[in-house]
Design a binder for this molecule. Structure first.
Ligand code: DX5
Ligand code: ZN
Length: 234
């Protein structure tokens, strides 16, 4: 089942609660929170206080994407602030297994993220312990960048691995996912679809979220019809 994880990075920060409510009315089911430290990525955004402020204004799960160095130092603070899911970048975790375990020990769902240039094979050993794998389809740091099509193969490969290894982690995609790319990512196997500028751009979050999800569900229905053996033509 595809879901919209709307990224508040592109929202109007002066009216964050209203923006979240609008995206939720439009069908968004996950709040994606982009945490940047100015070291791992060039940009700086927000941290646990913003998660804490969001917690009482929505029942939706808060999916925190940590684009920060030394994520272990902040996991307890995100848990206390009310985060439901935490994803950490493979590129910053020297002890990836330990960090993912730490997230789970704090009662949150652990996810691992890979940059466009990082191979899926670096994750094989931790796949059994993650709730989701986030495939970056842009280099992290900014919203509104152009989707990198070669990352589609990584989503499809993860989907194959999940089947072969009999696992059930979810596949999330982030960066440049919009009307023109949503069908391709769904066809490649992504289910948690992060979108920022496509939702909080002109048109309003409610209407944009509805349009986005309609396109995602059309692609999903097509994939399901193709996978259904009853539709095989001999
Ligand atoms: C990029 C962030 C994304 C960003 C996506 O570093 O991780 O979540 O908000 O923005 P769009 O959807 O505009 O590419
Ligand atoms: Zn993100």
């Amino acid at each position: 089942m595809v879901e919209l994880a709307f990224s508040i990075l592109a929202a109007d920060f002066a009216h964050l609660a209203d923006e979240v409510a609008a995206a939720e009315r439009g069908g968004g089911t996950i709040v994606h929170v982009d945490v940047m430290d100015g070291h791992f990525v060039p940009n700086i955004t927000f941290g646990p206080p913003v998660v804490k402020a969001l917690r009482p204004v929505t029942k939706l799960p808060l999916d925190c994407h940590l684009m920060i160095e030394r994520p272990d130092d902040y996991i307890a603070a995100f848990a206390e602030a009310g985060a439901d899911m935490i994803s950490v970048h493979q590129e910053v975790c020297r002890h990836l297994h330990r960090t993912l375990q730490l997230i789970a020990d704090h009662g949150m769902k652990p996810g691992v993220v890979i940059n466009p240039g990082t191979p899926v094979d670096t994750l094989i050993e931790v796949l059994p312990m993650v709730h989701h794998v986030l495939v970056m389809s842009v280099n992290p740091g900014f919203g509104g960048q152009k989707f990198l099509p070669f990352t589609l193969e990584k989503m499809a490969y993860l989907s194959e691995l999940r089947h072969e290894m009999r696992l059930n982690f979810r596949i999330e995609v982030d960066g440049g996912v919009a009307h023109d790319t949503v069908a391709q990512v769904v066809e490649a196997g992504a289910e948690m679809l992060v979108a920022g500028s496509a939702i909080f751009g002109p048109g309003g979050a409610e209407a944009n979220a509805k349009d986005f999800l309609a396109a995602a569900r059309t692609a999903e229905a097509r994939v399901e019809a193709e996978d259904d053996p009853e539709n095989d033509e001999e």
